[in-house]
Design a protein around this ligand. Structure first.
Ligand code: HEC
Ligand code: HEC
Length: 575
């Protein structure tokens, strides 16, 4: 055979191979599960009984001493049900899946990231031991327990860590149609806050709620890459075993799963994430924007619109550029005294503010996600702002005790309790939302159990309040300076401590059974001084003149060089 013929045959064969690769869908082949590595069991057992038993229990039943206080509960390993996998629905996970979970934790749950505490060898070992805690199935059953490793394609837009910005709007819009067609909203709600269905249970009979897509840092499977659309593709492809979250492998093509992911992903605000907590870094300073003229008393007014994003990460739209930003406030359960709250239903609030000096008023818009409100008047939902009642008597960075103040440093608490009108948690999500019936109480806190109603005239008002698509918005208003002895007097241009309290009625939270924040600061921004208006043009003009002068000077010097007149070359005339 001569060389040219051989080359031709080679080319034909090659073309054929390429054709085959494209004409058949990529095949995924069933394979045996990753068997237990017996030699690592002793070490794995040691790690488990030192680190994992407190939550997962002696036999892996998910019933360790801490379990009852946690929501979501620690996993019961006995049935061999694992949520975060690359394998098909209902199948055992890969060893890699378990190693990644133990290393990076399950955000939004109590399952810690062990990567920093345990060595990679210890993690591999403890994973072998966890496999042996599974009783109803067996990782060593290579005949019946086959697994199929799914293929997810790759990110079509090549977006990058950490924030994965830049997915084209067209893909997001198409993704929204796929979201509607596949009825994700029945569980996840119309705007993805997880408010679709209040009656779901997991395989172990415990209540479970759909994920809030606007808090993607709480996705169990996000494992340190919170903004990566891949997480959504994987979840939609594999489902979450043991939960009502189904897989959509047969309904949605891989290409469409990426578009769906683009939509889900676009809803999550871009915030800097604290590596330790896997939650957004709190915005500790709430600046109140000086506003001329009337401040809108309607939450829907364009004046109050703002994205939740950190503006340094995702630019604000033209529409909201001039508005006060929304600040992220981290909340945690009150676990110091009395009836403790180990699993608050809300772990953050968003707060923005405006003030006006001539009218002597300040407004705080407090918002938070909550899937379902209470319909029991015994347990209304509520949110409160807490201030030092005697601000002027505080010295330096001094602050009252952060829960209800103390005997020397009392607090002024503005609490709005509310029930939604015509509301039932099993109603389908309502696009118009529910108006809230609000009761405002102003109390003085002199200590944990020492809260009394103020005797002075009420001064705090809630001018608008609504519950819509899994979000509560309450607009507080008060005069800056008032008469009451225990009313905080609000100065401008000064850091003022403020903290927040929140009660979820649906979860029977009441009194000290609440979520709290630490002290934040608020500051009333000064009105822009007149100089700010005329100085920039003057500065610009000076700068332009200076540049012109520089150019002129440079040119002149160069010319002098050229003419041999520059000083360096200056040769004195013969004397
Ligand atoms: C503070 C409590 C706590 C400790 C300690 C803890 N876990 Fe967990 N773990 C959880 C919770 C809660 C879940 C379930 C979260 C969920 O279902 O969303 C979980 C789930 C898991 C899962 C299931 C992952 C999946 O994809 O479904 C594995 C595996 C696991 N833990 C392993 C470990 C190992 C190994 C250790 C010790 C090194 C450990 N856990 C220590 C709370 C804990
Ligand atoms: C039958 C109810 C139901 C439907 C329908 C549903 N989900 Fe879910 N989904 C859930 C539940 C419940 C969870 C939370 C499970 C948990 O906390 O472990 C969840 C969790 C998720 C998560 C978070 C995964 C993680 O890592 O924590 C994503 C993303 C998600 N679903 C996307 C979707 C998309 C996209 C659709 C539509 C194609 C959809 N879901 C349809 C019930 C549902």
């Amino acid at each position: 055979m001569n060389k040219i013929v051989r080359l031709k045959i080679g080319r034909i064969l090659f073309a054929g191979l390429i054709l085959m690769a494209f004409s058949f869908p990529a095949t995924v082949i069933a394979q045996p599960p990753d068997v237990v590595k017996k030699d690592l069991l002793d070490k794995g057992k040691q790690v488990y009984y030192k680190r994992c038993v407190w939550c997962h229990g002696v036999e892996g039943g998910g019933d360790g001493p801490a379990a009852d206080r946690l929501f979501t509960r620690p996993r019961n390993f006995i049935q061999g049900t694992f949520k975060i996998r690359f394998t098909d629905s209902g199948e055992l996970p890969l060893e890699e899946d378990l190693i990644r979970t133990v290393t990076n934790g399950l955000p939004g749950s109590a399952m810690p990231a062990w990567g920093g505490f345990l060595s990679p060898d210890e993690i591999t070992a403890v994973v072998q031991f966890v496999k042996t805690l599974v009783q109803d199935r067996s990782f060593d059953d290579v005949e019946d327990e086959t697994v199929v490793v799914q293929e997810f394609g790759s990110n079509p837009w090549g977006t990058k860590e950490p924030y994965h910005l830049g997915i084209p709007q067209e893909a997001i819009d198409q993704g929204k149609e796929i979201f509607i067609k596949n009825k994700c909203f029945e569980c996840h709600g119309g705007e993805g806050r997880g408010d679709g269905n209040p009656t779901m249970k997991d395989d172990w009979g415990f209540p479970i709620v759909a994920a809030d897509w606007q808090q993607c840092w709480n996705f169990r499977g996000s494992r340190r890459h919170h903004f990566d659309p891949f997480n959504v593709v994987r979840t939609v492809s594999t489902g979450l075993n043991g939960t009502p979250m189904p897989n959509f492998k047969d309904q949605i093509t891989v290409e469409d799963r990426w578009k769906l992911a683009a939509f889900v992903n676009s809803l999550c605000p871009r915030k800097k994430i604290d590596k330790l907590t896997s939650k957004p870094v709190p915005d500790f300073l709430i600046s109140s924007l000086y506003t001329e003229g009337d401040i809108a008393e309607s939450i829907e007014d364009p004046m109050w619109k703002a994205e939740d994003d950190d503006p340094s990460i995702r630019e604000r739209s033209e529409e909201t550029k001039e508005n006060p930003r929304k600040n992220y406030i981290a909340m945690a359960g009150q676990i110091t005294r009395g009836k403790r709250n180990f699993d608050p239903k809300t772990d953050n609030l968003w707060v923005s503010s405006r003030w006006n000096a001539e009218k002597n008023v300040i407004y705080y818009l407090v918002e938070y996600h909550i899937r379902f409100l209470s319909s029991d008047p015994e347990y209304p939902d509520a949110v409160a702002l807490q201030w030092p009642a005697k601000l002027s008597e505080l010295f330096g960075a001094e602050k009252p005790y952060f829960i209800n103040g103390d005997s020397k440093k009392p607090v002024d608490i503005w609490k709005a309790s509310f029930m939604a009108q015509d509301y039932n948690s099993t109603n389908p999500p309502s696009e118009t939302g529910y108006k809230l019936d609000v009761k405002v109480e102003e109390t003085i806190g002199h200590g944990f159990d020492a809260i009394t109603a103020k005797e002075s005239e009420p001064k705090v008002k809630v001018v608008d309040a609504i519950f819509k698509q899994g979000k509560v918005s309450v607009l507080f208003k008060r005069e800056l300076t008032t008469e009451g002895e225990f009313d905080v007097q609000i100065p401008s241009e000064q850091f003022i401590p403020v903290s927040f309290l929140q009660w979820s009625g649906d979860d029977k939270e009441k009194d000290e059974h609440m979520a709290i924040s630490t002290w934040y600061y608020t500051i009333l921004e000064p009105p822009l001084p007149d100089s700010l208006y005329y100085m920039p043009p003057i500065m610009a003009a000076v700068f332009v003149c200076f540049q012109g002068w520089l150019v002129w000077m440079t040119k002149r010097t160069r010319k002098m060089f050229d003419d041999g007149k520059s000083r360096r070359d200056f040769i004195p005339p013969d004397l």
